[in-house]
Design a protein around this ligand. Structure first.
Ligand SMILES: Nc1ncnc2c1ncn2[C@@H]1O[C@H](COP(=O)(O)OP(=O)(O)O)[C@@H](O)[C@H]1O
Ligand SMILES: [Mg+2]
Length: 365
């Protein structure tokens, strides 16, 4: 790769994980080899507008990544010349042209295939999963469907539509109580960072939890409670992905909720997780299977529960896992022998390779 490679790092975004994305972006910007890449940034505001040349650290000072001087830009839908343009008609460096987009966005509109669809339409190479991988990974209900087809073990679950529940709650409550029992977990199907998720121990709590999750999504996933350790494995690659050593989360709270994840420092990571060799191998095989089941590319973190008798359950896949220097994903690779800077490098290469592979096809008859 030559110095002429321009990488556009995009962060922020409209999801509840806006701030997490800013912290991840800071780490990536620090780690990218600036002598080999020409790096530009775009910050997406919480309203969904894109601004050029944003410093993600700005949020810490002023509570927002943009000010009144910020230059709004947009990705041009011109497949023959992928580029950004300024909406204020100001010239962008290198006419806004670039070689690769590195989206560091979590949750809806960033990790769910939507922005990836925009990149595809503009013929822009980018890091990470495509439309299908992102959307399957984001929707916990559809994710379970493909995991199940791949033979991956999971907690028993029931999918409930908000509209069904509003029409006739009783049979749904009855089914949850008889098939899953208490405690159970109630989750909005399409979200992340534990937002809208709760654990219910009786019917009152179950009803309140369904009401809460219904504020976030039209579709909910209710799961039986799994008593086990929380183990995570990082996956890297495109069509021949590799798995890292497993890591363990020691949550400070009853479960790994939003506060435990981002607000208090009580939760600890144990890397590598102390596990039997046989369990480690199984976890790694399952992580790769999960990655391939949703057709992810580039990177993903696959999360598991492991019970005291070594039974494994896949919990979920995250196609754009937290990427700060202290996040599980980079730490797992570091422990496996790929330090942070090299990891960023590999992701860039994987993004370029995937683009080449995708374009290498016949379009007409
Ligand atoms: N079926 C379950 N049994 C036990 N704990 C669970 C279960 N589902 C979720 N949890 C707890 O809730 C946390 C968040 O759930 P998760 O499905 O990972 O949501 P998110 O996509 O928001 O990370 C998990 O890390 C775990 O601590
Ligand atoms: Mg999770």
């Amino acid at each position: 790769m030559s110095m002429s490679h321009t990488i556009i790092v995009i962060f922020g975004g409209q999801s509840g994980e806006h701030e997490v994305s800013l912290v991840s972006a800071q780490s990536v910007l620090k780690a990218i080899d600036q002598s080999r890449f020409n790096v530009q940034t775009i910050g997406i505001s919480k309203e969904g507008k894109w601004y050029w040349g944003i410093d993600p650290r700005k949020w810490e000072e002023s509570g927002s990544i943009v000010d009144s001087n910020a230059m709004q830009v947009t990705l041009v839908h011109d497949p023959s010349a992928p580029r950004f343009i300024s909406l204020s008609k100001t010239d962008l460096p290198n006419q806004g042209k670039f070689d690769l987009i590195f989206p560091i966005l979590h949750g809806p509109f960033g990790e769910d295939g939507t922005i990836q669809g925009l990149f595809e339409m503009a013929n822009a190479p980018y890091v990470g999963s495509g439309v299908l991988g992102g959307s399957l990974g984001m929707d916990k209900d559809r994710m379970k469907a493909v995991f199940s087809t791949a033979g991956l073990p999971m907690a028993k679950s029931i999918t409930v539509l908000r509209s069904q529940y509003k029409t006739d709650a009783e049979p749904i409550l009855y089914r949850i109580e008889t098939e899953l029992g208490y405690p159970c977990f109630i989750k909005p199907a399409n979200l992340g960072s534990s937002v809208g998720i709760s654990k219910a121990s009786n019917r009152e709590e179950l009803k309140a939890s369904i009401e809460l999750a219904s504020c976030y999504d039209r579709k909910l996933v209710i799961e039986e409670n799994i008593v086990g350790r929380e183990i995570e494995v990082a996956v890297l690659g495109n069509e021949s992905p590799e798995a890292s050593v497993p890591g363990e989360i020691l949550p400070a709270h009853d479960f790994y909720d939003y506060e435990a994840k981002y607000l208090d420092t009580g939760s600890r990571l144990l890397i590598p997780a102390p596990l039997e060799e046989k369990t480690i191998k199984e976890l790694q095989t399952m992580a790769v299977k999960a990655f391939q089941a949703v057709e992810a590319s580039g990177l993903s973190r696959v999360d598991f529960f492991v019970t005291t008798d070594q039974k494994i359950y896949v919990n979920e896949i995250n196609t754009m896992p937290g990427f700060t220097q202290i996040s599980m994903y980079p730490k797992l690779w570091d422990a496996t022998g790929i330090p942070y800077t090299e990891l960023v490098d590999r992701l860039i290469t994987l993004g370029l390779e995937r683009y080449k592979d995708l374009r290498n096809r016949r379009i007409s008859r």
